[in-house]
Design a protein around this ligand. Structure first.
Ligand code: ATP
Ligand code: MG
Length: 251
C-alpha cells in the first residue's frame, strides 16, 4: 500500500495521522517508509534531528543520481524509515517548471525502492500544488483527514476534483481508502452535528475509528515520539492502532 494523507486545509491532522499510522504499521513488523512531502518538515522533525539530515526530498525529486534511496534514513523505531523534508522542498515547483515529468517524479523515484517496503505513507503539505499531486499520482490509496470543526468540509470539493483529474490519466487506480474524523469532541452537540454532517457527505467512506481531541496526541511530536511510545495507554494510541487495522482491512 502506498498511502497518501492529504487535505489542502491546514492543521487538520495530516502529519499526526502520518506519524502514528506509520508507527502502527511498523509495529506490526511490516517495513514501512514515511515520505515527508511537506516543506514544513513536521513529520521529519518528529522522527529525526533535522540538522543531521544531509539530503532530503528536494534532492530525491530533482537529482536523479540521488533518487529516493539517497535520502532515506532509519528512524529510532524498528521497521520504520523516513525520507525527510526540508524547507528547500518549497522550491520544487519553481525548479520543475516546464519539466514534462514534473507530476511523475515521486512515482518514478518510488518504483526503484517500492519492493523493499510493505507500506509507504506520504505526508502532504496543505496545498493542492505539485507536491500533493505527486503524492496522488504515486499513491495506491488516499486517506483524507477531516478536522471535526465547523468549517470541516470547506475545500473538500476541490480536493475531490483534483483526485478526479489525477484518476483521469495519471493514476486511474487511486482509491480513497477513507475519510478520518480528527480532533473530535464527543461531548458537545456541535461535535455530534459535525460528525453527522461528514457522514452525510462521505457515507461509507468515513472510517469507524474517530480520533478524539487529546492533549497526549498534541504533545507527542515535541518529544519526537509516536503516541505508542509517548503515551501507550492513551485513547490516542488505541484510536490510531484501531485506525491502522481498519486501513489494512479496507486496503
Ligand atoms: P499542516 O496542514 O500544517 O501540515 P496537519 O494537517 O499536518 O497541519 P497536524 O500538524 O497533524 O495537522 O495537527 C495540527 C495541530 O493539531 C498540531 O499542533 C497537532 O499536534 C494538533 N493535533 C493533531 N491531532 C490532534 C488531536 N487528535 N488532538 C489534539 N491535538 C491534535
Ligand atoms: Mg502537516
Amino acid at each position: 500500500m502506498i498511502l497518501a494523507i492529504a487535505n489542502q486545509k491546514g492543521g487538520v491532522g495530516k502529519t499526526t495521522t502520518a506519524i502514528n499510522l506509520a508507527a502502527a504499521l511498523a509495529m506490526r513488523e511490516r517495513k514501512t517508509l514515511v515520505i515527508d512531502l511537506d516543506p514544513q518538515a513536521n513529520t521529519t522533525m518528529s522522527f529525526v534531528d533535522v540538522h543531521g539530515v544531509e539530503r532530503n526530498m528536494f534532492d530525491a525529486l530533482t537529482d536523479e543520481a540521488c533518487g529516493l534511496r539517497g535520502v532515506i534514513v532509519p528512524s529510532r523505531q524498528p521497521n520504520l524509515w523516513i525520507a525527510p523534508s526540508r524547507i528547500s522542498l518549497a522550491k520544487l515547483e519553481a525548479k520543475l517548471v516546464g519539466e514534462l515529468d514534473a507530476h511523475f517524479r515521486l512515482k518514478d523515484r518510488l518504483d526503484s525502492v517500492r519492493a523493499e517496503y510493505a507500506h509507504v505513507v506520504i505526508d502532504c503539505p496543505p496545498t493542492l500544488g505539485l507536491l500533493t499531486v505527486n503524492a496522488l499520482v504515486a499513491a495506491t490509496h488516499l486517506l483524507i483527514p477531516i478536522q471535526s470543526s465547523y468549517f470541516a468540509l470547506e475545500g473538500t470539493d476541490d480536493l475531490l476534483e483534483t483526485v478526479e483529474k489525477v484518476r483521469l490519466r495519471a493514476n486511474p487506480g487511486l482509491k480513497i481508502v477513507g475519510v478520518l474524523i480528527t480532533m473530535h469532541d464527543r461531548r458537545t452537540a456541535l461535535g455530534r452535528d459535525i460528525k453527522a454532517q461528514i457522514h452525510r457527505v462521505f457515507g461509507q467512506k468515513v472510517f469507524e475509528t474517530i480520533i478524539t481531541k487529546s492533549v497526549r496526541l498534541e504533545e507527542s511530536p515535541a518529544y519526537k515520539e509516536s503516541i505508542f511510545t509517548f503515551a501507550p495507554d492513551s485513547s490516542g494510541a488505541a484510536e490510531y492502532y484501531r485506525l491502522c487495522e481498519e486501513v489494512i482491512d479496507r486496503a
